[in-house]
Design a protein around this ligand. Sequence first.
Ligand SMILES: Cc1cc2nc3c(=O)[nH]c(=O)nc-3n(C[C@H](O)[C@H](O)[C@H](O)COP(=O)(O)OP(=O)(O)OC[C@H]3O[C@@H](n4cnc5c(N)ncnc54)[C@H](O)[C@@H]3O)c2cc1C
Length: 427
Amino acid sequence: MDALSASTPPAQAQVRCCIAGGGPAGMVLGLLLARAGVPVVVLEKHLDFLRDFRGDTVHPSTLEILHELGLLDAFLQRPHDRVEELRATFEGQSFPVADFTHLPSHSKFLVLMPQWEFLDFMCDEARRYPGFELWTDAEAVGLLQDKGRVNGVKVRRGRRAGQPQDVELHASLVVASDGRHSALRDAAALPHISYGAPIDVLWMRIPKEKGDPASTAGHIAGGHFLVTLNRGDYWQCAFVIPKGGHDALQARGIDAFHAEIAKIAPFFAQRLPQALPDWNAVKLLEVTVDRLESWSCKGMLCIGDAAHAMSPVGGVGINLAVQDAVAAANLLAPMLAGTATDKQIDDTLPQLQRRREWPVRVTQAAQRMVQDRVLMPVLGGKVTNAAGHVPWPLRMLSRWPMLRRLPARAVGLGVRPEHVAPPPASL
Ligand SMILES: Cc1cc2nc3c(=O)[nH]c(=O)nc-3n(C[C@H](O)[C@H](O)[C@H](O)COP(=O)(O)OP(=O)(O)OC[C@H]3O[C@@H](n4cnc5c(N)ncnc54)[C@H](O)[C@@H]3O)c2cc1C
């Protein structure tokens, strides 16, 4: 017990649903529940959305949800990069790999939007409903329980602003959407299966210059893999390294790192000393893949990365988190907006896992296969054009345009896309 909780009794508050974690899963669920008339508080431990996130992708299936909510046009007013085709560069040669223009959805493209814009948009929309509250600088630090049922969250508010206050927020349902290091799933002692991951990612910004490639792409060369995401006036870059390789890379020095990036993306060479003067400009993002054995317990449900941490492969984790949120809202919003009892809510919670576990399993299996069979051989220097050969998948995709629709569908719509239930009659 720290000094604050020893001296000050926690404030008390009550809400129908408390969502811990204001990432894609939490914000979308917050919006959908508020739209259905459910009083909901979303807790976010950071002060705002303006920080670096893992991933900027908004997929056609998420855009379809925005369309169903009547929000797509407004959403597309926010700064974004519209991607109809994904390309890979292999040893300097560019190949088309995915074509989104034939998808059976309203948006036949993928959107790259800084995640803070996406979350800010969701928050603005959610605030139109009187039942919605976002508490920023509010960290879920533990669970409240009564007779073996979770009935709220211990919240530490104001720590980042230097004015900490403990609050006990009671709720009929707690949703843990607090990401891959979920404090709440640990507090509930929900066991998980960890698959590990053979890779990590270095995340950095490099300013754009005239003459750069037109759009987002993956680059493979000389035993390295680099993704460059178009963020307007700079490139958000993801450099894939073997897990545990960070220390060795640092030991070789920042100049050697510049040389490695320049090998894959020669157009960056001149600007690297200024863009990445030292290792402070390069952030290590650890990759994990895991899945809870049970996504719920009495009074609490886990969604998004808190239920199943996703690899960055395919850039689909945000999309799955959003799909979980939609499925959870479809299942629970009518109950939470009505007079459902705790028991009725508890009896319903396992249905979410029954619906969403299969898409998650399939997607994680595909991600692990790509990690092991594509990325590791690339990083091990086994995929090169030493013999003048381009890998056969790139050749096939380049030669047969129809084939490019398959990766677009797998990445863009994924497995079992969800649809928003019709709005409540009163709205
Ligand atoms: C290196 C890397 C790159 C990736 N790139 C992509 C990509 O390009 N596209 C893609 O779709 N997916 C990508 N992913 C996967 C993606 O990041 C996740 O799958 C997705 O963010 C999950 O969303 P979420 O809402 O469940 O969790 P998160 O996005 O992790 O959100 C959790 C939120 O909860 C908050 N929080 C945490 N703890 C607490 C607490 N105790 N109390 C209150 N708030 C808390 C956090 O601040 C955060 O805002 C990547 C993953 C990695 C590791």
